[in-house]
Design a protein around this ligand. Sequence first.
Ligand SMILES: Nc1ncnc2c1ncn2[C@@H]1O[C@H](COP(=O)(O)OP(=O)(O)OP(=O)(O)O)[C@@H](O)[C@H]1O
Ligand SMILES: O=P(O)(O)OC[C@H]1O[C@H](OP(=O)(O)OP(=O)(O)O)[C@H](O)[C@@H]1O
Ligand SMILES: O=C(O)c1cccnc1
Length: 497
Amino acid sequence: MSSYYPDDSVALHTDLYQINMAEAYWRDGVHEKKAVFELFFRKLPFGNGYAIFAGLERVIDYLKHFQFSESDLVYLKEQVKYPADFLEYLKTIRFTGSLYSMVEGELVFANEPIMRIEAPLVQAQLIETALLNIVNYQTLIATKASRIKQVVKTDTVMEFGTRRAQEMDAAIWGTRAAFIGGLEATSNVRAGKLFGIPVAGTHAHSLVQAYKSDYEAFHAYAKAHKDCVFLVDTYNTLKVGVPTAIQVAKELGDQINFVGIRLDSGDIAFLSKEARKMLDEAGFTEAKIVVSNDLDEYTILNLKAQGAKVDMWGIGTKLITAYDQPALGAVYKIVSIENEAGEMEDTIKISSTTEKVTTPGQKKLYRIIDRENGKAEGDYITMFDEEPEKEKRLKMFHPVHTFVSKFVTNFEAKNLHEEVIQNGEVVYTIPALADMRDYATENLHLLWDEYKRSLNPEEYPVDLSQKCWDNKMRNIQEVQDMVDQFQQSALREEGKA
Ligand SMILES: Nc1ncnc2c1ncn2[C@@H]1O[C@H](COP(=O)(O)OP(=O)(O)OP(=O)(O)O)[C@@H](O)[C@H]1O
Ligand SMILES: O=P(O)(O)OC[C@H]1O[C@H](OP(=O)(O)OP(=O)(O)O)[C@H](O)[C@@H]1O
Ligand SMILES: O=C(O)c1cccnc1
């Protein structure tokens, strides 16, 4: 780095246009107006039927410490040329609003608010970029991890991706997200220290190459470490690597805990089956076969179909970089703003693409769960003053194809928005990471298998209440009337009407 600031802050982790808008609001005196924003994505990643939400802990930390530092302000003054009076104001800004959010490990679907921010307009605006940055990446990786866990089922999966991640932050926070999504361990020792994720690992080819011999290398490793997984593919897996691992394990007997071997190249299905036979014949029936090498849920599924004998999977590049879909497209949209009379007023964004029309108003989000079978019937978005938990019979209908509808009775309506920050004060206790992971795993039982299959899953319903839908239509109509009036007056001015 050409320069280092001891007081570097995350408040500048934003797009310039946010600060430009903040200045416009402030100069116009509307910066303190209460605004409501929602964070949501429009399309599930990887063609999956669900996503796993992650990122809240970092969002809380970001909001708690939101403050422009001295060096931030000096930079904004000297390099970006903001005027002194505005900078004096920026200096005073802290996050004093409220955050309502899903909890980490929650199942999340397209077009439903993951988070709702109620804050003075200027604050809600300035935090947009960082919130999206955090939630998009962590939710993406947690979802990828969950897809992988769905195919490996009860086998152990380890995260090996740090060397291939998009820089150090991505490795750390991606590992955390992968753990929430269902992985068991990581090779990243710092992630282990920071988050309490179990750390695990074998050894690299360099160890064998350094000794120029599997035998010497395995012995050297065993001298230093009780638990041994020997990497057997440096020279020749079946002719040298596996027989040498067996020989060393026999020679050292109880002096070591021979956990097993790792395969990292070649035909994993064939090699794992052959290696399994060799280990079993040598009496090492409990020895595990660990595999790695550019694996993802598709290769794993295929390897399982080929009868590969694998006990543990090490997954790097394709998980930590979300290789097949490197970005989630969550957006952050304003849905309500205080008017001159101090009342909240809805606001809507119209688009020619139906899915891009926002759903206006301050809203709540519920998961409707059938009490008889314990399965989720769908998610249900209501206006703020509705209480679906008190309804006996609920009509759920598709928000676009409204004729697709059903009535549900005997249901639990679970409010998915936890109160996290209240007027700037954190009122939520962040659970242990392992609890978030268990929550994610348990949550999957809510879904029918049709929503969970990795290929072409059924679309899980995310419906609007009648009131919410009517309100949206009314807002669309109001905008249409406004556009018509605008056109009429333009024509009148041109003397054409
Ligand atoms: N039986 C199999 N069926 C499907 N895919 C496999 C099978 N065995 C390995 N693969 C996958 O095929 C890809 C290529 O494997 P390959 O061993 O050729 O990789 P490589 O890195 O080129 O090997 P090497 O390190 O020997 O050069 C990897 O993603 C690997 O996980
Ligand atoms: O394949 P991934 O899913 O990305 O998993 C991580 C990879 O990192 C290591 O390879 P690398 O060639 O970097 O080092 P090595 O010499 O130890 O094999 C390891 O052997 C895996 O193959
Ligand atoms: O421990 C391992 O085997 C390991 C760790 C990181 C990357 N590849 C493998």
